[in-house]
Design a protein around this ligand. Sequence first.
Ligand code: F6P
Length: 342
Amino acid sequence: MQKIGVLTGGADCPGMNSVIRAIVRKGMQDGFVVSGIKNGWLGLIENDMRILDARITSGILDRGGTILGTSRMESPLEEHVLNTISENFKRSGLDAVIAIGGENTLKLGLDLFKEKGLPVIGVPKSIDNALSGTDYAFGFDTAVNIATECIDRLHTTAESHHRIIVIEVMGHYTGWIALEAGIAGGADIVLVPEYPIKIDDVCEALHSRHRRGKTFSLIVVSEGANIEGYSLIQKNRETERRKRLTNIGEILASLIEQNTGYETRVSVLGHIQRGGSPSAYDRMIGTQFGVKAVDLVKEQKFGQMVSLHDGKIRSVDISLAVKKRKTIDDDVYKISKIFTEA
Ligand code: F6P
């Protein structure tokens, strides 16, 4: 009987368990044994895995996080670490690995495929929706829904107190969450990494709203937003490795208060956007991605990643997905400008 290993790497993401469940159910149906590798690629370094079955994966479709645990690891890994992974892969009797993850997890999968001949299949996840080669990475829809609900809640309190509320959302180097939740939540200003802006322009937009009798404003700011002179991304680009982006909401709020005198509050949504139950869409896409990943193993299409393209589940080379970050859709950004200021 052939054995598939499955792992979840990088940031956890709503829908991971839906994918795991689908891989186990479809894998078993197709005659595979499915082994769950603990904590991403780390599980193959530490040889930490266990067989998964329908009972273990029952009732997890709607559960957030990942039953396998996760860890963050970045490419390139040292040669001896790649060797350990490859040796443990062989020793465990695995015939393929399905890596569910974002940029870093998939890059490592690609390294192992290319350099050590590991039969790797990728499944794209990212609340940031920043992976190329696919129209969608699961987790994003849930994050946008959570952020939108938070914006709705902050709307009423901003209005009652005649305040500016800055809502900092995740997204890392891209502005997908800010853009889509900003439009869905009716934000007055949306700030994203892809479009630099001057703080003076933000303040002028707030003044302009006040002159029109709008004494409150909601600003959705992506954690990587490019506010000229204050971009955290610019600073991070100077270092090679992935950095956490923190504090842009606080920086923006204090600049607004200093420059306009308007009372301003900040709400950092943070990991709330990643926690809890996946949306129906993410459960559905996750299930389809999991089933397709098993098909790709059967077809021996190693080095490929499951993808969504024009509404159909397909596959692409992992190299395509990790080559370039997928930035926000300019047409959607233009639409947002009809409803926002600055
Ligand atoms: O990539 C997902 C993400 O949630 C980003 O939006 C965010 O910048 C980062 O992970 C946060 O990472 P951590 O959970 O390590 O703080």
